[in-house]
Design a binder for this molecule. Structure first.
Ligand code: SF4
Ligand code: SF4
Length: 187
């Protein structure tokens, strides 16, 4: 029985490592596209301090388990007072009836993501990728495009990213992931 459990745990661990590798490969591909866009457009709007997208979320962010595992590492590295604030904002977000939603991971005074290196895939593509049905998500970028300032940009394909994300497994609301993590640590 003990041996079977060990084998089972090894399989789970291996699967989870493979999923994480797949996620990190997706990150690398996104980063490559973003870098290439930035190379030709050094003054691209997305930068530290521009936080409109984090303040005007259309829905509570949804994350795959692999994305959440990574994000947890970022959260675990934060000082406890920040975690308390995030916990408070997460509970408020879970109860909020309608949009626009402000991401609880945003440092509102600095206009910066508190878990930038660990952020979900959607945050990495926003501003650089186009969705077949919804087009560009950011109105500021859209306005620049209409003015012709972004001519020549080769946008990333959001539909391909979404497909690759679906291959990683089911997604859950950020607030739900956080609530189960919080219960575990009791803070
Ligand atoms: S997507 Fe829009 S709001 Fe978000 S960082 Fe880029 S320019 Fe700013
Ligand atoms: S996780 Fe970070 S980058 Fe993504 S919406 Fe929240 S604050 Fe913005």
């Amino acid at each position: 029985m003990l041996r079977e459990r060990r084998i089972f745990n090894d399989i789970i661990q291996k699967q989870s490592m493979q999923t994480m590798e797949t996620l990190l490969r997706l990150h690398a591909d996104i980063e490559e596209r973003v870098d290439s866009i930035r190379q030709d457009h050094a003054d691209w709007l997305c930068r530290m301090g521009c936080d409109g997208c984090c303040r005007r979320l259309a829905a509570v962010p949804r994350l795959t388990e692999a994305e959440w595992e990574l994000l947890q590492e970022g959260l675990a590295a934060l000082p406890s007072d920040q975690l308390q604030d995030i916990g408070h904002d997460m509970s408020a977000l879970a109860e909020q009836p309608s949009r626009p939603y402000v991401c609880p991971l945003l440092d509102r005074s600095a206009g910066a993501c508190r878990v930038y290196d660990y952020r979900p895939v959607a945050c990495r593509t926003y501003g650089f990728y186009v969705d077949r049905d919804q087009g560009l998500y950011c109105k500021d970028i859209e306005a620049q495009m209409e003015e012709g300032c972004l001519d020549g940009a080769v946008w990333g394909n959001q539909d391909v990213v979404d497909r690759r994300l679906r291959d990683l497994g089911a997604s859950c609301d950020l607030t739900e992931w956080f609530a189960s993590w919080r219960e575990q640590w009791d803070f």
